[in-house]
Design a binder for this molecule. Structure first.
Ligand SMILES: [Zn+2]
Length: 77
């Protein structure tokens, strides 16, 4: 009797973990899709290199690949 009860508890616990994983996975994939749509490729104003918007430096609507180019871009104008 004791072993059967233990097996039932284990089965319910496993089911609980599977359901939790499934739910967290669906939430994660939703977040990833949002990140993909917002992560546009942008072009550095100075060297014209394409880089993800999340990695780019933005100043006054212009994109820069690095701090050095951000300063160089400001000196131009
Ligand atoms: Zn650059």
């Amino acid at each position: 009797m004791g072993i059967r009860l233990l097996l039932i508890i284990l089965a319910l616990w496993a089911l609980y973990i599977i359901v939790r994983r499934y739910l967290s996975r669906s939430i994660d994939s939703g977040n990833r899709q949002e990140n993909n749509t917002t992560d546009n490729m942008v072009q550095c104003k100075v060297c014209n290199t394409y880089l993800p918007e999340s990695e780019a430096l933005i100043k006054e609507g212009d994109f820069f690949c690095s701090e050095a180019h951000l300063i160089a871009g400001n000196d131009e104008s």
